[in-house]
Ligand binder design. Sequence first.
Ligand SMILES: Cc1cc2nc3c(=O)[nH]c(=O)nc-3n(C[C@H](O)[C@H](O)[C@H](O)COP(=O)(O)OP(=O)(O)OC[C@H]3O[C@@H](n4cnc5c(N)ncnc54)[C@H](O)[C@@H]3O)c2cc1C
Ligand SMILES: NC(=O)c1ccc[n+]([C@@H]2O[C@H](COP(=O)([O-])OP(=O)(O)OC[C@H]3O[C@@H](n4cnc5c(N)ncnc54)[C@H](O)[C@@H]3O)[C@@H](O)[C@H]2O)c1
Length: 468
Amino acid sequence: MAQHAYDVVVIGAGPVGENAAARAVGGGLTVALVDHERFGGECSYWACIPSKALLRPGNLLAAVRRMPGVDHDGGLDPAAVFARRDAFTNGGDDSAQVDWVRSAGIEPVRGHARITGEREVTVGGDVFHARQAVIVCTGSVVRMPSVAGLEQLPAELVWTSRDATTASAVPKRLAVLGGGVVGTEMAQAWAQLGAEVHLLMTGPRPLPAYPEFAGDAVADGLRSAGVRLYPDTTAEQVSEVDGADVGAVRIAHKGDVVDADRLLIATGRKPATAELGLDAVGLEPGDPMPVDDNGLVSGVDGGWLYAAGDVTGRAPLTHQGKYQARIVGDVVAAAARGDTVYRSPWSSHTTTADHHAVPQVVFTDPEVASVGVREPAGAGQRAVELDIAVAGSALHADDYAGRLRAIVDTRRDVLLGMTFVGPDTAELLHGATIAIVGEVPLHRLWHAVPAFPTISEVWLRLLEEYGL
Ligand SMILES: Cc1cc2nc3c(=O)[nH]c(=O)nc-3n(C[C@H](O)[C@H](O)[C@H](O)COP(=O)(O)OP(=O)(O)OC[C@H]3O[C@@H](n4cnc5c(N)ncnc54)[C@H](O)[C@@H]3O)c2cc1C
Ligand SMILES: NC(=O)c1ccc[n+]([C@@H]2O[C@H](COP(=O)([O-])OP(=O)(O)OC[C@H]3O[C@@H](n4cnc5c(N)ncnc54)[C@H](O)[C@@H]3O)[C@@H](O)[C@H]2O)c1
């Protein structure tokens, strides 16, 4: 076994691992960054980037179609959409990413990493000793549901998000199981690309984690794109369709069936900790890695094991994982220098925003953009809801339909959460994030005058509705 020593070993070179490594190097430490697949991780090749590249052309076309006076005779050209997506993902080639890692002063290591002891990571025949810390950023993997017949289906009939973001042929019929973020975004994208899409969901509307008005608006948008929705529907059994010319799958539910050429499983993800050797440090393989607000893994002695990103189960989003990563990298560097590691909320070393202000955009048409709490939690909190109906929205699109819900802490007069739904609401979100993180009193927001005529004018309407 070859032995290597670095100050820090980072496991997982997704967006989170790369950021943790870069901050640790910036803090003066030597870092090895290990990945068993592609540098850049899920987000770059199979998730955020390709999915948004697939969605944007269809959403743009739908917007143009709603606008009188704009010529939109041509529809989507799937081949061109796929080519643009592949340009964003470099066709799956991560060599440029590895070059960046080297140029940042980080040592890239390819292979599957396991924790084999305190401050020790083994990759094949190499043992890496971490003088200061090991940071786990292994992300998450698809969680397959238990549906009768699923394991017996030929693999080519079953899509996960990886297939849905990388496929370069439009299936004639696509069934989607799960009405969460992946299910709605990919149903939208593939319908816009020309597939006949059937979306099966267990609840009455998609996006159950969001306010009902948001799920309802997205359901309407999906229907307009041609998606057939199956609310309150559990897939009881899946099977291959006998005698089909091309492979086909049948999904049985409520005494009825849906036939499709591909079945996309979009029923959630789980932290990638099953094959990490967590038992060597007394943690349960398969579980999320519990961390405190400095990113230190709880329940492991010695203060050397940290984690960030999807693997923690905290907020499985790229931007929030990268925020955690920047903080963990800085914490490790500060501890190595013998500097104080700050533990108070909102310090430069604490991931306080994880508890108060996690922004997320669902890039459907209409978009859902949300940060902070989505429902009022009893006395002292008030939900203020209104349509987005201002001069800016009317000019932006004919028949613009949008809505927002703000949750206000009425005792402190500050915003706790905001959910927007409507075309192009994504870019409204950061204003809400700033207001929540800054705890800006609403009477002070009164002086933040939205430009006329923009969709942001709805902030003024919100304050008036609140009573200012
Ligand atoms: C379809 C889809 C669309 C999404 N869209 C968005 C979006 O628009 N915006 C957003 O914010 N989030 C989005 N997400 C979520 C986002 O992809 C994740 O939050 C993000 O990738 C998490 O980053 P990470 O670095 O923690 O993990 P990952 O990106 O999963 O990276 C983990 C890395 O660790 C490596 N690894 C794992 N185990 C080991 C091991 N034992 N040894 C060595 N290497 C290992 C993996 O190969 C991988 O490269 C989307 C997710 C999906 C599935
Ligand atoms: N735009 C974005 O920010 C974006 C896009 C895609 C994914 N992501 C992230 O990736 C993660 C994974 O997304 P996801 O959509 O896979 O998970 P999710 O948890 O958002 O949605 C999964 C959905 O599947 C449903 N479900 C579970 N079991 C089912 C079953 N047997 N049959 C039918 N439905 C079932 C759940 O009720 C839920 O609505 C999320 O945490 C999300 O934040 C983010």
